[in-house]
Design a protein around this ligand. Structure first.
Ligand code: AHG
Ligand code: MN
Ligand code: MN
Length: 327
């Protein structure tokens, strides 16, 4: 089998050179995070932040370590205007006078981190926007709609380390090859089947769901005797990266809706570094990504840590769920 590296693949897509270098920096950060995740139990970095190890050294949880790695590896990129991280309250400006053409990178350094202690898949999510004008380094300047993303992706730290990216020309999956250190193309042109009989939702929140979500899941659970006239399977990884990776591989829908338990925040998942990049990937793979009322990428951000309802995956099923919301 011909082995195509991430760089070769980006060349074949005529990816802009500055964007290519930025994606390579992100891929390097992800390889380094993968290494730390794999050694977590030995390095004493699982569990809560700011505890002390037996030597009296301060330990940091992997969320924080992953963020530091990302800042260190990606932060000095000469075309980077700002980093926006789940782990950092303020926008991390890398230029005092950001110019048109510079990039803003939004990222969740470690997604699904509650899974670390139980040795299940976690990941890193990123979204890249290119500024279309010179800007002043104010927080409002990074509140840019998901439709403006020029690239998005995630790394998944599972049995193997994977990297799934889009630069707006479909979605491609790479696997880290330990011998060469390269990400090699293993899942070209990932495509989500339009129909599915599998949903992913944290059903322990049933009592808090809004009526359309409750009705949709009730109808799925009624199987062949219900209005959907088919039997549904269910999965929930509690790691969005792992759930989306499954959906990109074999279809399905993922829901983390706004409910009475998270309504004050606007939902659970964050728009700019969780929902938008996953929405771009899913749409580029032929799926759909909705708040229930419209495309996630059309949501106008009002804050860089804003939260949002997320319903994404197989496009016909997402349309069905939107139908419940219209009703
Ligand atoms: P993070 O670890 O970055 O805070 O994100 C966790 C998210 C997402 O990955 C997952 O789908 C969801 O939270 C899990 O939520 P529950 O604990 O409610 O299942
Ligand atoms: Mn997350
Ligand atoms: Mn996280």
């Amino acid at each position: 089998m011909t082995q195509i590296t991430l760089r070769q693949h980006m060349h074949s897509q005529s990816t802009d050179a500055a964007l290519m270098l930025l994606i390579e920096d992100i891929a390097t950060a992800c390889r380094m995070i993968a290494d730390r995740v794999r050694h977590g139990a030995f390095a004493g970095v699982l569990g809560a932040a700011e505890t002390e190890n037996v030597q009296g050294e301060t330990q940091k949880e992997l969320d924080v370590i992953s963020d530091e790695i990302f800042q260190q590896v990606v932060g000095d990129n000469p075309h980077l205007a700002a980093l926006v991280s789940e782990e950092v309250d303020e926008v991390n400006w890398r230029k005092s006078e950001p110019k048109a053409g510079d990039f803003v990178v939004y990222y969740d350094p470690l997604d699904g981190s509650s899974n670390l202690d139980v040795n299940l898949s976690v990941g890193t999510i990123f979204s890249i926007v290119q500024l279309d004008a010179d800007i002043a380094p104010e927080p409002e300047a990074v509140q840019i709609k998901g439709t403006q993303q020029i690239a998005a992706g995630y790394a998944i730290y599972g049995p193997s380390t994977g990297l799934v990216i889009t630069v707006g020309q479909g979605v491609d999956g790479f696997t880290h090859h330990p011998g060469s250190g390269e990400f090699l193309l293993t899942q070209p042109e990932m495509a989500i089947p339009p129909k599915t009989q599998e949903f992913a939702i944290n059903a322990s929140r049933y009592d808090m769901w809004e009526p359309p979500v409750r009705q949709y899941i009730d109808d799925c659970l009624r199987g062949v005797d219900g209005p959907r006239d088919k039997k549904f399977n269910m999965r929930w990884c509690a790691s969005m990266v792992a759930d989306v990776h499954r959906i990109l591989t074999r279809g399905g829908v993922f829901l983390y809706p706004k409910d009475s338990g998270n309504a004050a925040q606007g939902g659970k998942l964050r728009l700019m570094y969780e929902a938008n990049p996953m929405a771009m990937l899913v749409e580029q793979a032929g799926g759909a990504a909705s708040t229930g009322l419209g495309r996630i990428v059309e949501v106008a951000p009002t804050g860089h840590h804003q939260r949002v309802s997320v319903i994404l995956g197989s496009r016909d099923e997402v349309a069905v769920i939107e139908g419940y919301h219209e009703g």
